[in-house]
Design a protein around this ligand. Structure first.
Ligand SMILES: Nc1ncnc2c1ncn2[C@@H]1O[C@H](COP(=O)(O)OP(=O)(O)OP(=O)(O)O)[C@@H](O)[C@H]1O
Length: 587
């Protein structure tokens, strides 16, 4: 920066001295200054390449550093609420932008300013020597440019924030158009054109906002350009007259012209640097906001380590809604999951079963009431310790584009290299044989994406599993977390064929025995062996007990069970105690 600031001044001085010596017929001295000028020229030619390399390398290093800090901060949000808040997601996108290139924009913006000031200082001295008035005029002409650029950068940052939701929706539509998961329905329903229209409408709205911004910039920057040309013209007129009057030499004229051009260049650089830094800092505000965001869930001072579950879990009058604008999902749930028991939770779609699971894993906190782990409120336990005690198959489990071994091992990263443990979990989930038949066994890459040969022979070809096989892998991922206090299975067999479902339930039943578990399933045959079956409806547990007791009561569970069982009977062999209206209602 120092060299690129000093070299233009050196070459302007060498030019002036060489011209003056030439006019004075001192050819030897002129040749010496011309040599100096040539050396400065070589340095000026090489510096931009060096600058480019340093710039790019710094950008890579600083970008990685700031993105890692951002992702670590995001990982510290222990719950899910932030990820469901659209405003926060917009902020996160801008923070990513700021972390990726914004951090280096700030750095290089500051360097631009310092470099510009250094460059300007040398020429200010030269200009002041030649004409103090012109020096003041050139510097004063930078003030409106600076104010205008600051206002523009504030507006640019505001526009970026305003179009955030629009760009988010555009991204959603474009991902649907490109995503292999959506491709089937998009083609079958012929909704490609519809999605494209929606996408282009969003893009047009964003483009209009950006175009308005660009027009403002054009007007302001055009005006500033005119001002700076007028100042340069004025200076030239004065300098030519000064040479004619003999107040300046020809060498002085060349130095003057170089000084005005360089001063204006330096001032433009300073103004651009201030504007870039200002805008990057405005974006960086989002980065800082994410980095220093309050914890998303209440964090109480920890009084004790998470005890091993020995008594059980109690939902004590738990109320919950996803936000103040959403309806209540749970309205006073009271439920006990005693240690060593299997509790099954049943209920209609949308009753709140998965919500209850998420509360138990502390992805959210109840709005009222408490969830007690051996008598201790979940909010008084360390979240990571609590989660370390739980193993879960979520209803919407993940399918990772990784190898089979990694898909299972991620359940317990300490065992990621332990093939025997991974194979044992796969065996328990009934997927070991299918994995063995894959081209590279446990090292087979699972992916929905195919790589064409042209894309490189070293690129591994991914294998796509069936829905049921993916589900078994998710079960294996939960089972490799052995020795946990609580096993939660949310619809673990929804995608399995009847034989597989029967087999996996037998295996899981054996696995569950003596462990504490919470089982959710719409297939009531699968939950009938649970120690307690609880029915969730209208946000409350409306009945609970063993299968036989609940059937004998003839309540909701009995109706649902008999309704489902009747589907498997021919000619209504099973006696139904339901009227057709009741069947319709329960369905
Ligand atoms: N992240 C969320 N934000 C807002 N509402 C949600 C969210 N997740 C679920 N809900 C709502 O909460 C209610 C309960 O959903 P939940 O998934 O817990 O039901 P469920 O009993 O598991 O249903 P199913 O049997 O269909 O799996 C539903 O009305 C759903 O729309």
């Amino acid at each position: 920066m120092l060299a690129s600031a000093g070299l233009p001044l050196a070459s302007a001085w060498f030019t002036k001295l060489a011209i003056d010596r030439l006019i004075g017929h001192d050819f030897a001295a002129a040749a010496g200054f011309a040599g100096g000028l040539a050396l400065a020229g070589v340095a000026i030619a090489v510096l931009p390449q060096l600058d480019h390399y340093v710039h790019a390398q710094t950008q890579r290093e600083v970008g990685l550093f700031s993105l890692m800090r951002l992702y670590a901060a995001v990982d510290r949000f222990v719950g899910l609420k932030r990820f469901e808040n659209p405003q926060f997601l917009d902020r996160l996108r801008l923070a990513q932008q700021a972390g990726g290139s914004g951090s280096t924009d700030t750095l290089f913006g500051v360097l631009d300013i310092v470099g510009g000031i250094l460059r300007a200082l040398g020429f200010v001295a030269a200009l002041v020597l030649l004409s103090p008035v012109i020096a003041v005029v050139v510097i004063a002409s930078a003030v409106p440019a600076l104010l205008a650029e600051l206002a523009l950068s504030r507006r640019r940052a505001a526009v970026l924030w305003r179009v955030g939701p629009i760009q988010r929706r555009e991204l959603f539509y474009s991902q649907l158009l490109l995503n292999v998961r959506a491709a089937k329905e998009v083609r079958l329903f012929g909704i490609g054109a519809f999605l494209r229209d929606r996408m282009s409408a969003e893009r047009l709205t964003a483009n209009r906002a950006f175009r308005r911004m660009d027009l403002q910039e054009l007007a302001v920057q055009g005006g500033l350009g005119l001002l700076s040309s007028a100042v340069a013209g004025l200076g030239l007129w004065w300098a030519v007259r000064a040479v004619a009057d003999g107040r300046l030499t020809i060498g002085d004229l060349s130095l003057f012209l170089a000084s005005v051009a360089a001063m204006q260049g330096a001032i433009t650089g300073i103004v651009r640097g201030i504007s870039t830094t200002h805008q990057a800092l405005l974006l960086f505000h989002h980065y800082q906001a994410v980095l220093h965001a309050e914890p998303d869930l209440e964090q109480r001072p920890l009084t004790e380590a998470t005890p091993r579950l020995s008594r059980g879990i109690i939902f004590d009058d738990v109320w919950f809604r996803y936000s103040n604008d959403h309806p209540w999902i749970l309205r006073g749930v009271n439920l006990a999951i005693p240690h060593g028991w299997t509790v099954a939770l049943v209920g209609l779609n949308g009753a709140g079963k998965s919500t209850l699971v998420k509360l138990l894993c502390r992805m959210y906190d109840p709005d009222r009431g408490r969830i007690l782990w051996d008598g201790v409120d979940l909010r008084d336990l360390a979240v990571d310790e609590l989660r370390n005690r739980i193993s879960t198959v979520f209803q919407d489990y993940m399918e990772y584009d990784l190898t089979v071994a990694e898909n299972i091992g991620l359940g317990n990263v300490d065992e990621l290299q332990n093939r025997a443990r991974i194979a044992a979990a796969a065996e328990l989930a009934g997927v070991h044989r299918a994995v063995d038949a894959l081209p590279r066994g446990y090292d087979t890459l699972l992916s929905r994406l195919f790589f064409g040969e042209s894309e490189g022979a070293e690129e591994e070809i991914g294998v796509t599993l069936s829905g049921g096989q993916w589900q078994r892998l998710a079960i294996a991922r939960a089972l490799i977390r052995d020795q946990r206090d609580l096993l939660i299975l949310d619809e673990p067999s929804s995608g399995l064929d009847p034989e597989a479902e029967h087999e996996i339930h037998l295996r899981l039943k054996k696995y569950r025995s003596g462990r504490t578990s919470l089982l959710i399933s719409h297939r009531l045959g699968a939950v009938r062996d649970a120690d307690i079956i609880a029915v969730l409806a209208d946000g409350r547990i409306i009945e609970q007990g063993a299968h036989d007791d609940l059937i004998a009561c003839g309540g909701t569970y009995a109706r649902l069970f008999l309704l489902q069982a009747s589907r498997y009977q021919r000619n209504g062999e099973l006696e139904l105690s339901l009227s057709s209206d009741e069947v319709y209602h329960e369905t």
